[in-house]
Ligand binder design. Structure first.
Ligand SMILES: Nc1nc2c(ncn2[C@@H]2O[C@H](COP(=O)(O)OP(=O)(O)OP(=O)(O)O)[C@@H](O)[C@H]2O)c(=O)[nH]1
Ligand SMILES: [Mg+2]
Length: 486
């Protein structure tokens, strides 16, 4: 089982910095760099081929992921006080997803050859980075991977391979799902990237930054919804470095990536749990808030799928009682993900009561995670505040030992307006993080940077599509690569 919450924790992560060389040297150094560049491109190609062969093997059952799910521990029990309705216990429909993934990556011949050559090894030459370190299985895979025709490794696959390899991942333990997701993320951010990258390159590669260049970069960042404050910071930091010296475009973009990643990681500075995962040995309650249409309910469904397929048991509380259709929508997700949904059959019932029942059910089932859906549409701000505050009080009272996360769901296409709405929720719900949805199809993916800068909250998940697999834990490195790599 592949645990999405732990992938960057369990895997030996030493990010290979391919960023700016500190002192760019003239002529003969440039030739040397070019040679090194093409050598490293070859290594990436080899890594990608190896990963490809490994994925074929995983798919046909030759190998499985070794990432272990967390162990359950005992939890206290408590009595239910209200009638609850449960759905979605036994159904599940993941065949469609698996099938579509399989279509893109089937090559049984390669697998057969991998198995035959199990014992053979060969030398990895010269200056091998950490992610290319030798291991018997890796060597075997590499040899057989030579059979991979390079057309099979399309642009998205190669980009994903580079992103994973750069994070110190070994070609033998990456999963097909990661490739699928990275492809989706890259395509989702395609519009923003295409608007940014060519123009940025032509500006930052033109020599030291003059006033015109600064204005142009400013306009580009603002149009991607990076926000005024973050844009000012980026420009200032770029200027400090580029005022005097001219960096080649590639290096200047690499430096810009560093700046953006720093901004995205800043809200994590004072947070102990950098990686976001259900904590072991206790009930985790994730409260999802946000304006109507932001994607709360869809996110609940996707999170249930993500958590379950990563080895955690889940319960959903349908606490958006404002509309009858809302409960039905949650139930559909419950069925799709085979997750119990706790709802109150009455009309206009108290959402806090549903949360109360949800906690009881989660405790009784010894569940790892309770996901709480809330209303985004109430008569006025005061009602919303009161309702969320009441839910919060119930949680704090009834689930004293639970680990609570309060996540605001933001629609990336709304840009700065979404941020203003988030401010309202931060007053009412004691927010601890953000879920950024709808990054697909927007040219405003830069809003992620504004979110980090203006709300000072870590982005925990991002959504890049309406499908069940289209939401994953956020990685600032992968996000910035998807935003600024061609
Ligand atoms: N393209 C895209 N659509 C999304 C994404 N996340 C959610 N949506 C769509 O956004 C619409 C609204 O999503 P919901 O989950 O119903 O939003 P909500 O916040 O629960 O809305 P209310 O219940 O009205 O408060 C649905 O059509 C979803 O399919 C995403 O990441 N990408
Ligand atoms: Mg909803």
């Amino acid at each position: 089982m592949f645990n999405w919450f732990r992938r960057n924790k369990d895997n030996n992560q030493e990010q290979v910095k391919q960023d700016v060389a500190p002192t760019p040297e003239p002529q003969e150094e440039a030739v040397k760099e070019e040679e090194e560049d093409s050598a490293s491109q070859e290594q990436y190609l080899e890594w990608a081929k190896t990963a490809f062969a490994n994925i074929q093997k995983q798919k046909t059952g030759g190998e499985t992921q070794t990432v272990t799910p967390p162990e359950d521990e005992e939890k206290p029990t408590s009595k239910d006080e209200e009638v609850v309705e449960e759905v979605g216990e036994e159904t599940g429909e993941q065949e469609g997803i698996t099938e579509s993934l399989e279509k893109s990556l089937t090559a049984p011949e390669i697998v057969a050859q991998v198995e035959e050559k199990e014992e053979e090894t060969s030398e990895v030459g010269g200056n091998v980075p950490a992610w290319m370190q030798k291991s018997d299985r890796l060597e075997t895979l590499k040899e057989t991977a030579m059979d991979t025709t390079e057309e099979e490794l399309d642009e998205d696959f190669m980009w994903s391979a580079q992103v994973l390899a750069s994070q110190g991942r070994s070609a033998e333990d990456v999963s097909m799902e990661e490739f699928e997701w990275l492809k989706k993320l890259r395509q989702g951010l395609g519009k923003t990237r295409r608007n940014l990258i060519n123009q940025l390159k032509s500006v930052v590669g033109q020599g030291p930054l003059n006033d015109d260049a600064v204005m142009e970069i400013e306009a580009l960042l603002l149009s991607a919804d990076v926000g005024i404050e973050a844009t000012d910071y980026i420009i200032k930091t770029l200027q400090e470095r580029l005022r005097e010296e001219a960096l080649p475009p590639e290096e200047a973009i690499a430096y810009l990536k560093e700046i953006l990643q720093t901004l995205l990681d800043k809200p994590l500075e004072n947070i102990e749990d950098k990686a976001f995962e259900p904590q072991e040995g206790k009930l985790n309650i994730w409260l999802l808030t946000g304006v109507n249409g932001a994607g709360k309910t869809t996110t609940i469904g996707k999170l249930a799928h993500l958590a379950k397929s990563s080895g955690y048991s889940c319960v959903i509380a349908a606490a958006d009682t404002f509309r009858a259709a809302a409960v039905e929508q949650v139930k559909v997700w419950g069925e799709r993900t085979d997750t119990p949904v706790i709802a109150n059959p009455g009309k206009n019932t108290d959402p806090a009561a549903v949360v109360f029942d949800g906690i009881s059910a989660a405790i009784a089932r010894n569940a790892d995670l309770l996901l709480v859906d809330t209303a985004g549409r109430l008569q006025n701000k005061k009602n919303l505040m009161e309702e969320l505050a009441k839910i919060r009080r119930i949680i704090d009272k009834k689930a004293v030992n639970a680990h609570v996360e309060s996540l605001v769901v933001l629609d990336a296409t709304l840009g700065q307006n979404g941020l203003r709405q988030a401010q309202v929720f931060s007053e009412a719900a004691d927010l601890t993080g953000v879920v950024l949805t709808k990054l697909d199809g927007t040219a405003k993916g830069g809003v992620a940077i504004a979110v980090s800068q203006q709300l000072n909250l870590p982005i925990r998940f991002i959504g890049a599509g309406e499908g069940i697999e289209d939401l994953r834990p956020f990685s600032s490195f992968e996000f910035v690569e998807a935003l600024l790599s061609q």
